[in-house]
Write a protein that binds this ligand. Structure first.
Ligand code: SF4
Length: 462
């Protein structure tokens, strides 16, 4: 009889992403244990958990699992913890494991709250395989690397083990795991880890950067392109989840070239994240495609804030940043840009935030007006149907437990939420009301951009 394991993904309505992390656990474990394991992935929406909990429980228990694994994130933590407790109550013999970003930052507390047997911290493949091995041989899990586990009343945190060669994990795409997915977003991982040290970021805890081989990444992209219309009848979105996709520019160039040469006629949007510094002419020359979206980390244009965020090595002077953005206008005018700005940086004053807000608005408007034709602009004036290709994404700084940001935030007498999403509430230089008003402004950014463009166009034609 194979060891039956059920992995559960609770997804958000409208932002349903494929459970790539769980699929990696499955393909990696199946490669090692073959027929000795039977691993199922089950997905439920938040609504299903809230409205038909009993059926969800029955559905899970029907799979007769000996182990249940959940991926736990900030936004689904409460539901995961609740479900985990209920499942334990139903059958305490079932072993429960939680993994995912959230457990990396608040381990002990989640372990106690959820009554789970273990948490997998950070990368899960090796730990999950070790757990299976121990279970198959009837041993306990206390020595499994990379897990947090309770022994008597003590919480033990075992040493991290990470995969050196990412290609050791068989590709869930090429193994056809997502063949019948109903997700709107596919996640593509071409690398793991981040070599930088931004104190607010969860990647700071997991540094080692490793890459999937280029050959494998290109095969996965081809699979996505070939299967896109079957997976999603609308517009399929692919998020490349790397910490900074352009960190290895030559490699990124090859991948982008492949995407834009193959995907231009397909209804797929590709999103990548990078820092302004890594944008180059060569990259842009292969990125002039309306299906490509660059999320560009700027955070603030205030040098003092950049220093507080320890991003001097990732940021450029205002002049150089402007030059890079002009380069996008010149070489990749068809692509879309999103400028990522942060609200609530300790030490920032209202004046600093306003400066960054004003600058980002000017840059976005410049981008739109310089990259759209006269005809498109004229149409916009008439009927407001202007597909804008530049946005601003204002996010509030989160102070995740155990990240170096907690120390910095305390130094600036900041207050932040005790629970997810751990957002800054106030700092020594920004009141609660100040932050709230900027958050409100940020929520209306798209209509503000359109309003400003309309005004500029109208003035132009007076
Ligand atoms: S913010 Fe970006 S560059 Fe900085 S540590 Fe996180 S992933 Fe790396």
């Amino acid at each position: 009889m194979p060891l039956r394991i059920t992995l559960i993904n609770i997804y958000r309505e409208k932002i349903h992403t494929v459970p790539l992390g769980l699929a990696y656990l499955k393909t990696y474990a199946e490669k090692i244990f073959n027929k000795r394991v039977k691993i199922l992935i089950k997905e439920f929406s938040e609504k299903e958990i809230d409205n038909r909990l009993n059926e969800v429980l029955k559905d899970i228990l029907k799979t007769k699992p000996r182990i249940i694994g959940f991926s736990c994130y900030m936004w689904n933590r409460d539901r995961v913890v609740y479900l985990s407790k209920l499942l334990k109550k139903e059958n305490e013999k079932i072993k429960i494991i939680l993994g995912g970003k959230e457990v990396s930052v608040n381990g002990g507390e989640i372990l106690t709250d959820s009554k789970a047997d273990a948490l997998i911290e950070g990368e899960g493949e090796i730990a999950f395989a070790e757990i299976i091995k121990k279970t198959l041989s009837g041993s306990d899990w206390y020595n499994v690397g990379n897990i947090i586990i309770k022994r008597k009343n003590e919480i033990i945190k075992n040493k991290e083990k990470i995969l050196r060669n990412l290609d050791d994990i068989p590709s869930p795409y090429l193994k056809e795991i997502f063949r019948n997915t109903s997700a709107d977003y596919l996640i593509l991982e071409t690398s793991r880890g981040c070599p930088f040290n931004c104190p607010f970021c969860l990647w700071t805890i997991k540094k080692n950067i490793r890459f999937f081989s280029l050959n494998r990444v290109l095969k996965e992209i081809k699979w996505i392109i070939d299967n896109a219309s079957r997976i999603n009848s609308g517009r399929l979105k692919v998020i490349i989840s790397d910490s900074d996709f352009l960190i290895n520019p030559k490699r990124a160039e090859k991948i982008l070239k492949f995407i834009t040469s193959k995907a231009i006629t397909k209804e797929i949007d590709w999103s990548i994240t990078t820092n302004i510094k890594f944008i180059t002419k060569d990259i842009l020359k292969v990125s002039n495609n309306p299906h490509l979206k660059f999320s560009i980390g700027i955070q603030s244009i205030n040098p003092k804030s950049i220093k507080i965020l320890k991003r001097e090595n990732l940021s450029l002077s205002l002049k150089e940043t402007g030059k890079k953005l002009d380069m996008i206008i010149k070489y990749a005018p068809k692509s879309t840009i999103i400028l990522e700005i942060m609200i609530g940086i300790p030490g920032e004053t209202e004046k600093d935030i306003q400066k960054t807000f004003r600058w980002s608005m000017e840059r976005v408007i410049k981008h739109i007006l310089k990259t759209k034709s006269e005809k498109e602009i004229e149409n916009f004036k008439k009927n407001d149907t202007f597909p804008i290709n530049a946005y601003i994404d204002y996010c509030t700084l989160s102070v995740f437990p155990d990240t170096p940001m907690t120390k910095i935030a305390k130094r600036y007498k900041a207050k932040w939420m005790e629970n997810p999403p751990y957002e800054i509430i106030s700092t020594s230089t920004l009141s609660k009301e100040n932050i709230k008003s900027y958050q409100k402004m940020a929520a209306n950014m798209e209509s503000k951009i359109k309003e400003n463009i309309l005004k500029i166009i109208s003035d132009r034609y007076i």
